[in-house]
Design a protein around this ligand. Structure first.
Ligand code: ZN
Length: 433
């Protein structure tokens, strides 16, 4: 109820009535006197009836127009509403209400794809796709829902279903990851023991159960084997734009390597190599055969330049070196004026406190190998029992790409990966000049 106060000239009159009735009652209050006088006259009554008819006809007309207008708006809306195409008759919904992916497409009336802006919801036991196009036209489509989760989580073993470790090496379970399409990450339980002190095959079982009780199980065979050999991965000519990626791979696989660096590349990469525990060796600053192999003076000037660079960056005075082209190179003969410089250098570097390293497996990445598959084959095909110094270049992206697989091969075949130290096996070549 509301209060309306109507002011007249002489006095204030107060009426009380519901809001919606306000106007009508105002009017009827005004007219009441007139109506009473009209009703007393029969002539006037007819006129009043006519007026009433006209009025109701008018009201009907207005209502009809409003209804038609509403219908037109509804038609315009439905005609312009986005169009839904759904490829399935039923959509899978998880017990937790998550709607699983299904194929559908939403287009506005002009044929523009607006699928990206559509919303998918599970409500009232159905799956609804709804969308509003650029012009503001809204539409939705309901699809039947099938609420259940019958599928086990997807269980993936980190490091594969068969791995080998060398006897007495620490065994670290690599674990597994289970992802369920309804429940997301699911915890994985592990069962089975590996005795790293005894040769043999061990089975480790991984199990993951989702919220609906669906179970996934995977087994891993862990072989405890005799050591077969040692692999020294060595990388020349860097650092380069591929070195960071290589360092990532080495870190992820827990492998230390050796870098024979030059004057090129970012200081930060050399610092990272050092900080991450790899060996920094010296390859020469310029790597210019015509310059370094002119005479021992030019060679050592260049060698000390790269040693200074490494020392400036890391504080480390490196005394491990690799000759460009190896100690067996013949290219030096083109520039040394017949001095047989390599024969001199191999002795002199040692006299000056350096240890030089050649290699006994070449990846071929500076020559015939052009793909990471070729690099991988060149390395793994030449492994056997013993100690292997592998030559690669971290300036070659395809060669860097092969490293992870080489490590995996080596580890699963009984090799230990080590970094070179001053007294490590040097894999020295026959000196040809
Ligand atoms: Zn080189």
């Amino acid at each position: 109820m509301s209060k309306v106060i109507k002011k007249t000239k002489s006095e204030d009159i107060t009426f009380e009535f519901p809001d919606v009735e306000k106007k009508k009652q105002k009017k009827s209050a005004k007219k009441s006197k007139k109506q009473i006088s009209e009703e007393t006259s029969p002539k006037k009554k007819v006129v009043v009836e006519e007026k009433k008819k006209k009025l109701s006809a008018y009201v009907l007309a207005v209502v009809a127009v409003a209804v038609i207008a509403g219908a037109v708006v509804a038609i315009v809306r439905s005609v312009n509403a986005p169009v839904f195409s759904v490829a399935v008759e039923m959509v899978q919904v998880c017990p937790n209400g998550k709607v699983l992916d299904f194929e559908y497409k939403v287009e506005d009336k002009k044929g523009n794809n607006i699928t990206e802006s559509a919303k998918v919801e599970f409500k009232r036991g159905m799956v609804f796709i709804s969308a509003t196009d650029e012009r503001g036209f809204y539409g939705e489509r309901a699809i039947k829902a099938n609420v259940e989760d019958k599928d086990a989580p997807e269980l993936k073993l980190n490091g594969g279903d068969e791995i080998s470790i060398i006897v007495d090496d620490e065994y670290e379970d690599l674990g597994a990851v289970a992802i369920d399409k309804c429940d997301g990450d699911v915890q994985v339980a592990t069962d089975g023991k590996v005795d790293n002190t005894k040769l043999g095959e061990y089975e480790v079982v991984y199990k993951a159960i989702d919220a609906s009780g669906n179970t996934a199980e995977e087994k891993r065979i862990v072989k405890v084997i005799e050591p077969v050999g040692v692999i020294y991965l060595t990388f020349d000519d860097g650092p380069s734009e591929h070195t960071g990626r290589l360092l990532d791979v080495l870190k992820e696989n827990g492998v230390k390597a050796t870098f024979f660096v030059t004057g090129r590349g970012d200081d930060d990469l050399i610092l990272r190599e050092y900080k991450e525990g790899h060996t920094i060796g010296l390859h020469t600053y310029t790597h210019r055969y015509d310059l370094i192999y002119q005479n021992t003076g030019t060679y050592f000037d260049d060698l000390y330049a790269i040693r200074d660079r490494v020392e400036d960056i890391t504080g480390l005075e490196s005394n491990l070196i690799r000759f460009p082209g190896g100690s067996s190179n013949t290219v030096s003969a083109l520039y040394d004026g017949g001095r047989h410089i390599m024969s001199t250098l191999v002795d002199e570097v040692e006299e000056r406190g350096f240890s030089y390293f050649d290699w006994n497996i070449s990846s071929g990445d500076a020559g015939e190998a052009k793909t990471s598959e070729e690099v991988y084959d060149n390395v793994t095909d030449h492994l056997g029992e013993g100690t292997f110094v592998v030559l690669q270049h971290d300036t070659e992206g395809f060669s860097v790409d092969a490293v992870e697989d080489i490590i995996k091969y080596g580890k699963s075949h009984g090799y230990r990966f080590k970094k070179l130290e001053a007294d490590s096996y040097g894999a020295h070549h026959w000196v040809n000049n």
